[in-house]
Write a protein that binds this ligand. Structure first.
Ligand SMILES: *Cc1c(COP(=O)(O)O)cnc(C)c1O
Ligand SMILES: [Zn+2]
Length: 388
């Protein structure tokens, strides 16, 4: 599985290399000639669409890796906005509740094929849960590096899979690079946010939704933080276009929370490199990477497809979360950003009346919607009077 740099085209067969000498992240080389000439008719898991990526895919194995993906694409009329037709891909249906299971599945399957038994990740959110769960299913040794001040409910969610949990004091952004180096030396496979195997697995979100729609949507809208999922989405679209399965690639539209929006700010400035920001608090806790390791690649993906990168504030995210809920869909705030983005995307002329957009609802999250909830309270004898 050759790895190639999206920017300078440098290649390597070293499957431990994650970044190019130029500093940019590597991804797996794809072969459009190896892509089947039609979409699969049945999508039960990510493994049904993975052949469309034209990479040497590992065997799925069993447990979490085998079960990842295969989420439906839901037509959600009540979420149509400003004349834009909305489809939703509810990634919360994955085994641990987010699309991260796709990247974990590919990474674990590929590591097992090489006889590797030790994996790790740097995360205190969905990725940590996903990697810990995948390792548990595969009987692998797993180390999760979390920030020292991690919240207790996060620890509990990750800890139930019994990984080795390590609190790390210091700059958490720097830890991404530190872990790659240490893992390299110690023979521990770090499945970080934009590791090439993770990106290939996460390309299946887009492969699936394109297989599930009769006509490709005008836009795919997804939240972006490290840029790993955005990269996989671009990799999918590029490969299908090169293979002749896609005539007009959808516009790739990425959304950030206004409080921490380094990629959206670079897009607005017209820059082609992303500059790290301070990063403030946002309810969209899963997309708050202030120094995204695949930020430049995500930016390039939006530009190359005539898409955009926009930022939405917490009020708009909260409103969008309630709209998702009113359609019966439980999504975490990071995913609600996709619906909130439709208005700014329409204003910017990226989306038009009559367009179709596929919103990737990336995760179901920890269940903390963030909003105050009103309740009534009665005694047992008062229950009878509730509906008078
Ligand atoms: C990780 C995550 C994202 C962001 O994905 P990146 O690959 O880091 O850009 C978005 N939504 C949810 C729910 C996530 O867990
Ligand atoms: Zn390079």
């Amino acid at each position: 599985m050759t790895r190639v740099c999206w920017r300078c085209d440098a290649r390597t067969d070293d499957d431990r290399r994650v970044r190019c000498d130029c500093g940019e992240p590597l991804w797996l080389d794809t072969d459009p000639d190896a892509v089947p000439d039609s979409y699969p008719t049945c999508v039960e898991s990510m493994w049904d669409v993975l052949p469309l990526l034209g990479v040497d895919a590992p065997a799925p194995g069993s447990g979490l890796p085998a079960a990842a993906g295969g989420t439906p694409l839901v037509r959600a009329e009540s979420l149509d906005t400003d004349g834009v037709t909305v489809h939703v891909k509810p990634e919360g249906l994955n085994p641990t509740g987010s699309f991260k299971d796709r990247g974990t599945a590919f990474g674990i399957a590929a590591a097992l094929e090489r006889g590797e038994r030790r994996i790790g990740t740097v995360s205190h959110g969905n990725m940590a849960e996903s990697v810990a769960a995948g390792a548990a299913a595969a009987g692998m040794d797993c180390t999760v590096l979390v920030p020292a001040d991690i919240a207790d409910e996060r620890l509990a969610a990750i800890g139930r899979y019994d990984p080795r949990l390590v609190r790390v004091d210091g700059d958490y952004g720097r830890l991404y690079y530190e872990a790659l180096e240490v893992g390299q030396e110690a023979g521990v496979r770090f499945l970080n946010s934009d590791a090439p195997w993770r990106v290939a697995g996460q390309a299946t979100t887009a492969l699936e939704l394109l297989a599930q729609l009769e006509d490709a949507p005008d836009a795919v809208v997804l939240p972006v933080s490290s840029g790993g999922h955005a990269s996989g989405t671009w990799q999918a679209v590029r490969t299908l276009t090169a293979a002749g399965l896609l005539d007009a690639p959808p516009k790739l539209c990425f959304v950030q929370a206004a409080a921490c929006a380094p990629i959206a700010e670079a897009f607005a400035r017209g820059d082609d490199t992303v500059t790290a920001v301070e990063g403030g608090e946002t309810i969209a806790y899963s997309i708050a990477n202030a120094d995204p390791p695949s930020g430049n690649r995500a930016l390039a993906a939006a530009r190359a497809t005539d898409g955009a990168v926009v930022a939405v504030d917490d009020d708009a995210i909260e409103r969008a979360g309630r709209r998702f809920a009113s359609a019966g869909l439980a999504v975490e705030p990071a995913s609600a950003t996709t619906l909130a983005a439709l208005e700014p995307l329409r204003d910017a002329g990226v989306l038009d009346q009559g367009d179709t957009a596929a919103l990737v609802a990336t995760g179901r999250g920890f269940g903390d919607g963030g909003a105050e909830v009103a309740t009534d309270r009665v005694t047992l004898s008062g229950v009878g009077s509730l509906f008078e």
